[in-house]
Ligand binder design. Structure first.
Ligand SMILES: NC(=O)c1ccc[n+]([C@@H]2O[C@H](COP(=O)([O-])OP(=O)(O)OC[C@H]3O[C@@H](n4cnc5c(N)ncnc54)[C@H](OP(=O)(O)O)[C@@H]3O)[C@@H](O)[C@H]2O)c1
Length: 304
């Protein structure tokens, strides 16, 4: 990797925020979904370097073990563990949470990072369209199952990795699972808008609990996310100078997870380690509440 790629410092072509906080996380527990590659792996590495016990929740344990080994090599004394979690299967999410609650006493930072983008039409094990199923519903259920522990561990923080793409999405309540018509780009945008709306509604419900939740746009980052889109992969291959490295892409997630000045900030959206614009459809409280109710219904849960 080129030397510049190692540095999170912004360049003129790739502007980006840098998390300036030197906060230590000794004695703290962090859980990051999709931490075996890209932004998630770099977020895990950063939190581990601050002394946190970091749990990498990955659907492919072998890939997760590879990431954990790399983090241990790069950060002496890193406390990293890998656990299996497939967000496309509610049984896997429930099994993961059950074991987590049995074996881990505290949870101070939850980073809902895993994501899938522009895949061909696919359904999760439970019959949800893959984007809304993994990016939104999977994380919704995971957060629901762990919210008690997050409250008991307060002050604690939830970071939801959304995207600028939320601007181009709308929630199609009449066809949430794109059964009538499917466009992979729009399905991704819908799921990233769902991330923003979930953050907003969860923050409202968590008011006064000392558990905060904020959403993030990481920037346009060179990662494996484009694996399903030949056009996007080609575009990114032609213009690599405009892409952030995963380390740069992790800066805003880390900022939201550790920055002292964000201790009581909740329900906001960040990009480049600064407050960011939220599209009108991401600020609509009625849509956020309806999405909450629909999500509970689909998952068969009651979350007041
Ligand atoms: N890269 C960008 O430019 C960009 C821009 C805006 C937002 N984002 C967001 O940033 C987040 C991280 O993406 P990235 O760029 O780092 O991409 P990435 O390298 O592809 O990482 C995505 C991670 O999600 C995991 N994942 C996918 N499906 C899963 C499932 N069913 N269960 C559990 N884990 C699953 C992947 O695991 P496998 O390796 O096993 O597939 C991988 O670890 C995503 O939420 C994405 O939407 C990225």
């Amino acid at each position: 990797m080129a030397a510049w790629a190692e540095s999170p410092r912004p360049s003129a072509l790739r502007p980006g925020g840098v998390c300036q906080s030197t906060a230590r996380l000794d004695g703290k527990v962090a859980l990051i979904t999709g931490a075996n590659s890209g932004i998630g792996k770099e977020t895990a590495l950063d939190l581990a370097s601050r002394g946190a016990r970091v749990i990498l929740a990955c659907r492919d344990v072998e890939k997760g073990d590879g990431a954990a080994t790399e983090i241990r090599t790069r950060v002496g004394g890193a406390k990293v563990e890998v656990r299996e979690l497939d967000l496309a299967d509610t049984c896997s999410i429930r099994a993961f949470a059950q074991r987590f609650l049995r074996e881990v006493d505290h949870l101070h930072i939850l980073v809902n990072n895993a994501g899938i983008m522009m895949c061909p039409y696919m359904k999760t094990v439970d019959g949800f369209e893959m984007h809304i199923g993994v990016n939104h519903l999977g994380h919704f259920l995971l957060t629901y199952l762990l919210i008690g522990l997050l409250k008991r561990s307060a002050p604690s923080r939830i970071v939801v990795v959304s995207s600028l793409a939320h601007n181009f999405g709308w929630i199609r309540f009449h066809d949430l699972h794109s059964q009538g018509s499917y466009n992979s780009g729009l399905a991704y945008c819908q799921s990233k808008l769902a991330n923003v709306l979930f953050t907003r509604e969860l923050a409202r419900r968590l008011h006064g609990s000392n558990v905060t939740v904020n959403s993030v746009h990481p920037g346009t980052v060179r990662s494996e996310l484009m694996r399903h889109s030949t056009a996007m992969s080609l575009l990114f291959a032609v213009f690599p100078m405009f892409l952030k490295t995963p380390k740069e892409g992790a800066q805003t997630s880390v900022y939201c997870a550790v920055a002292e000045e964000l201790q009581s900030i909740s329900g906001k959206h960040f990009s480049d380690c600064a407050p960011a614009f939220v599209a009108p459809q991401g600020r609509n409280e009625e849509t956020a509440r309806t999405l909450w109710d629909v999500s509970c219904e689909l998952l068969g849960i009651e979350w007041d």
